[in-house]
Design a protein around this ligand. Structure first.
Ligand code: SF4
Length: 504
């Protein structure tokens, strides 16, 4: 399943092989032993895992990377990012230090580290195909590594860094004295050169430090104080990962024939940022809520802008075109509207046509979406899943007279702002943020920004009262998640923490 590196074949075994029969020998591989919590991902995985683990582990890691990306898009401070990401890491990709176990690196720690290790390599396969994906992946993996590095136990961190055997030159005392003044002048905040240990490296290896003019560069060498060790490690992490990804991208065509992995990898790379892989059938429903044909009007205040727009258009025109009907029907199914009520809802909404026309033109499509008629055997009885943001954002842009799609993506900015104002979003800062998000094509971030503005008091209350924590409030990437979270937040009085956990 994974690429192997010939240089990792045990050298003693290699020496002992009969040269003529070597080509028929079974190679043995170096196994990662997970002595350290942190990982530079130098050794590709070699053990077998199931296809389910392959997909699930990758999805869990992708979720973390997408959340880190959302935090950086929203300009969250390091403290806010830590508060957001810590519970999600605990839930999806925990990685405890050795001190967390009294019996050393026990099976639980090994399992966590294996998942971290393998999921990184699976996503390498998914995100090595284009330069844009490679760049984003390196950036987010470096953020994750940095976050974990800073959280690590200091003794374990030191042992990990030592294990990496970096070939950094330690600056000799004589050279340090020689450079004295120049070192002090070029290194902000330093009073005496002997307060610090120093490394000497080629300047290209620490571009970030060179760029922020925080170190002395002389004759191609950068002089880096010990406290900037993290920058050096990150530069090394980035450089190695960039190289490895290019290597992987060249090897990718060889995977083309693997029809088990290619669809999974393809799906993962398409969902980078707005992963919809975590949505399961029935997940958007809110047990106990009164959801029927007559309550859709009232419930529509909890709908995201895409569905709110469809609802408003339907009320205005007593009609929606095919793709709008399909997008909206699947969403309504997702919030828990029964087929019978959905048929009543559409029949009443198309008030300008008679029963015969409704039955001949529209009834079948609604039943089909619910899986009541037609479809393949897999979908019978279930129909199609509600569309995710990813699908709405990328599939089938609306043409003239069509109302499906995502307003953040498919409306002009002026029309988008007017629609937001019509739904009660008038806050100048939020609208400005939306304009900026949309300009940078971060549509789902704009949608989450609006959600947070509209629900800011309820969000505060839910957190203060411990009904929801950060792990329940990850970035919304599905219209049905938007509805459900909105509904729950506006009905906090009726909910307990257990209700939220049961339904998220
Ligand atoms: Fe709907 Fe998603 Fe667009 Fe929000 S980002 S309006 S939920 S498609």
């Amino acid at each position: 399943m994974f690429q192997y590196d010939k240089s990792r074949i045990d050298t003693k075994r290699r020496a002992g092989l009969d040269y003529k029969r070597k080509q028929f020998a079974t190679p043995t591989y170096k196994q990662q032993e997970y002595v350290h919590r942190l990982n530079f991902y130098e050794i590709p995985p070699t053990a077998e895992i199931t296809l389910e683990q392959f997909e699930q582990w990758a999805i869990d890691r992708l979720r973390i990377l997408s959340e880190l990306e959302a935090c950086s898009y929203r300009n969250k401070t390091p403290a806010e990012t830590a508060a957001h990401i810590t519970p999600l890491l605990q839930k999806f990709l925990p990685l405890h230090s050795n001190t967390a176990s009294s019996s050393g690196v026990d099976q639980r720690l090994k399992d966590e580290r294996q998942k971290d290790h393998y999921s990184h390599f699976i996503l390498r396969l998914a995100f090595s195909s284009t330069e844009d994906l490679r760049r984003r992946f390196v950036r987010l993996e470096a953020m994750l590594f940095k976050f974990r590095f800073q959280q690590d136990d200091s003794k374990e961190r030191r042992a990990f860094v030592e294990s990496l055997n970096f070939d950094w030159d330690i600056l000799a005392d004589e050279e340090k004295q020689e450079l004295g003044e120049s070192l002090l002048n070029a290194t902000p905040g330093l009073k005496r050169t002997d307060d610090e240990g120093w490394f000497k490296v080629d300047w290209e290896r620490v571009p970030e430090l060179v760029e922020r003019k925080g170190i002395l560069v002389k004759k191609g060498k950068a002089y880096v104080p010990l406290r900037e060790q993290l920058s050096m490690i990150l530069a090394e992490f980035n450089a190695r990962l960039e190289k490895a990804l290019e290597f992987t991208s060249r090897a990718l065509p060889r995977l083309d024939e693997d029809d088990r992995l290619i669809p999974i990898l393809d799906h993962l790379s398409k969902n980078f940022g707005t992963s919809d892989t975590s949505y399961t059938d029935g997940e958007g429903a809110v047990p106990g809520a009164a959801i029927n044909a007559a309550s859709v009007d009232a419930l529509s205040r909890h709908f995201p802008l895409c569905m709110r727009n469809l609802h408003m258009q339907l009320r205005k025109n007593a009609h929606l075109k095919h793709f709008g009907r399909l997008q909206y029907t699947l969403f309504l199914k997702g919030i828990g509207l029964s087929l019978e009520d959905c048929l009543i809802f559409w029949r009443q909404s198309f008030r300008n046509i008679n029963d015969d026309e409704f039955n001949s033109k529209y009834r079948y499509n609604v039943r089909h979406a619910y899986g009541d008629v037609g479809g393949d055997a897999n979908r019978r009885g279930r129909g199609y899943p509600p569309y995710s943001c990813q699908k709405i954002l990328t599939d089938n842009a609306p043409g003239a007279g069509q109302t499906h799609g995502c307003p953040y993506r498919h409306f002009s900015v002026d029309n988008l702002i007017s629609l937001l104002q019509a739904t009660g979003v008038n806050d100048r800062e939020t609208l400005q943020g939306v304009r900026e998000d949309v300009a940078k094509t971060r549509y789902h971030i704009a949608c989450n920004r609006v959600f947070e503005y509209v629900h800011k008091d309820d969000l505060k209350k839910a957190k203060d009262e411990g009904i929801m924590n950060q792990a329940d409030l990850d970035t919304i990437v599905h219209p049905n998640t938007y509805f459900k979270r909105s509904y729950q937040l506006k009905n906090l009085g009726k909910l307990s923490k257990a209700d939220v956990e049961m339904t998220t």
